[in-house]
Design a protein around this ligand. Structure first.
Ligand code: DGT
Ligand code: CA
Ligand code: CA
Ligand code: ZN
Length: 584
């Protein structure tokens, strides 16, 4: 429906860019197309309705010439002028026009004199000195261009959710100190818990008279690098952390729910709500929900209220990805998503015995002081993880004695005996069964052979009666290392059948299982664990990262083993040993 508007708006926007590229003689046309693109993207009704009613030219900014193009697009799916022009310009370079050091004139010269059409060719020509030989391209300009390119690349990259969340929380705390700020929230992909984040979105409500002051304070935040834009109700800055962009929107208190819903997204989730609204003769935007016929406001102050208007249960931000959430909400079947406070233990961590930074006693005391856990499982590495200081059977037996000593000193059975045992290339384990059988919890992981499909190794590990969990199952490191190949369907079915848990590793660059895989695992009946894989004191706080992944996977507490008491963990271990006919 609005997808026609969207596609049309994109093409008109590209035309605007092309005219801008063509230079100063075309500047009015450039402006007209850019504006028309924006207008059409914000239209409530499908553009075809305007054509039918012959009201195209009533839309502000749509003159005769653009109206013709629109009609052509709706009838033929194309705009001939666009097809023609896009053959003449280096399309891939057009989004560089706004980057410092570039600009239409420079790009045209580079294109016509060096026949460069792609970003890669451009970088090469900058590096091998061809560009600095062009007229009007001095060393200083070239340097500026290089810097511009680097910055643009950085801003295009995405950062980890955890990093973005820290930035968002910091800004929320700093700006929230302003007494004029009534409510403040971090919205966008951070609020939804997406594993990587593009930019940071902050929403503030305040009295209209205080907007100016709030926006001023935002542009003066302690970690700002530069101000990108500043208006009456919004502003954007770049901050020093990862050169990230932060967008601020300032709204009135009675618009809070509508604005929060809008700026939390996802875009697809919002678009669907808009479609529904239209069917019910309503209009939804960042200011509220309104009756179309008389403009009467039906809802807007809270998200709950807005969902209710459409007959939906409240949908938590982590589920707003057009992933079946509306079907569930309509039936009142949104899961009671797992909460951080429901975690009763942490089941993967490393001490100085392998590659951790804290000795066992310090680690235990840190946990006791900061976390309400009933248990933690110490899982140092096994022998073949040499770089990680992996230990042999003798060392683990010594460690058992140390664990007993610390527990006794603490006066409670906080620390449980575990291991992160290596799964060897043939799928066998790195430690003998007669040691593993004495462990309270055995987590098995792959630390080698990342280039292969590892399904058979993981399946074999699951079939081992003494393996209770598969650690960081995909092996990915976000932005650094791809996951190895795994037939997930097969693995999940074997894990469910054998009573083997699968880990959601809560390290921010792992999030492994990912949200999508964790969802599949849950649906296959696999018991999950969420563990921080802590190597130092601060790492324990990553649990929040893990519960966020689980929430996005639709998990309730009952889907995650370490929301349960240690007694139930023991029962889980016993069941598998018994089933696989190997008693301790
Ligand atoms: P990101 O920043 O790439 O990680 O992802 P988001 O989801 O934070 O996206 P962003 O920052 O572009 O926009 C924040 C929210 O604002 C987005 O989730 C939904 C809403 N939004 C932005 N642009 C549009 C739009 O054109 N239409 C609709 N319906 N919503 C939008
Ligand atoms: Ca964002
Ligand atoms: Ca944004
Ligand atoms: Zn590991």
């Amino acid at each position: 429906m609005t997808s026609t508007n969207h596609r049309l708006s994109q093409i008109l926007g590209h035309l605007g860019d092309i005219y801008q590229y063509m230079g100063i003689e075309e500047r009015f046309r450039a402006l007209a197309y850019t504006k028309a693109a924006r207008t059409i993207d914000n239209l409530k009704d499908d553009i075809t309705i305007y054509i039918k009613n012959n009201t195209l030219e009533d839309i502000p900014g749509i003159g005769e010439s653009i109206a013709e193009k629109i009609i052509e697009f709706v009838h033929t799916g194309k705009i001939r002028k666009y097809e023609e022009l896009k053959k003449k310009v280096p399309l891939e370079l057009l989004d560089l026009m706004s980057v410092s050091g570039f600009g239409p004139q420079s790009l045209r010269q580079i294109h016509s004199e060096l026949n460069i059409t792609t970003r890669a060719q451009l970088i090469k020509a900058l590096e091998d000195g061809r560009i600095s030989k062009l007229k009007r391209f001095g060393a200083k300009k070239v340097e500026n261009m290089m810097r511009g390119l680097k910055l643009q690349k950085q801003s295009q990259e995405r950062i980890l959710w955890w990093q973005a969340k820290e930035i968002g929380d910091r800004i929320k705390a700093e700006l929230g100190q302003l007494k004029e700020v009534r409510k403040i929230e971090v919205a966008g992909s951070i609020r939804r818990g997406k594993e990587t984040v593009g930019d940071i979105d902050i929403l503030v409500s305040c009295a209209p008279a205080h907007r100016k002051k709030v926006i001023q304070a935002f542009t003066l935040l302690s970690n700002r690098k530069m101000v990108i834009a500043k208006g009456e109700t919004r502003a954007s800055i770049l901050i020093n952390d990862f050169d990230r962009q932060v967008d601020l929107r300032v709204i009135n208190a009675q618009e809070w729910g509508a604005a929060l819903l809008y700026f939390t997204g996802s875009k697809e989730h919002n678009v669907y709500l808009r479609t529904l609204a239209k069917q019910e003769e309503l209009k939804i935007n960042e200011y509220g929900v309104f009756r179309i016929k008389d403009g009467h406001k039906v809802a807007g102050s809270s998200e709950e209220e807005i969902y209710r208007v459409f007959g939906f249960q409240y949908i938590p931000p982590e589920l707003r990805e057009m992933n079946g959430e509306f079907e569930l909400a309509a039936k009142g079947k949104i899961p009671a998503l797992i909460e951080l406070g429901e975690m009763k233990g942490d089941m993967q961590m490393h001490s100085t015995w392998s590659d951790g930074a804290m000795d066992i006693e310090a680690l235990a005391r840190h946990v006791m002081e900061h976390y309400p856990y009933e248990y933690i499982v110490l899982t140092d590495h096994s022998v073949s993880s040499r770089i990680a200081g992996g230990k042999d059977e003798k060392s683990f037996r010594k460690q058992f004695v140390e664990i007993d000593r610390v527990n006794q000193k603490l006066g409670r059975q906080l620390i449980r005996k575990g291991v992160e045992v290596d799964i060897l290339p043939d799928g066998s384990l790195d430690l003998k069964d007669d040691l593993l059988v004495e462990m309270d919890w055995v987590c098995a992981s792959i630390h080698s052979g990342f280039a292969h499909d590892n399904t058979s190794r993981l399946v074999k590990a699951c079939q081992h009666p003494l393996v209770n969990c598969i650690g960081h199952p995909s092996g990915r490191l976000i932005g650094k290392r791809e996951a190895y190949g795994v037939d997930w369907k097969k693995l999940f079915s074997v894990a469910a059948r054998t009573g083997t848990a699968i880990e959601i590793n809560a390290q921010p660059d792992r999030m492994d299982l990912s949200d999508t895989l964790a969802r599949q695992a849950r649906e296959a009946g696999v018991m999950l664990t969420i563990s921080t894989d802590s190597h130092s004191a601060e790492n324990f706080s990553f649990m929040k990262c893990g519960t966020t992944v689980a929430r996005r996977a639709g998990c309730e507490a009952s889907d995650v083993l370490n929301t349960k008491s240690w007694k139930e963990v023991e029962a889980f271990v016993k069941r598998k040993r018994k089933k696989q006919n190997r008693k301790p």
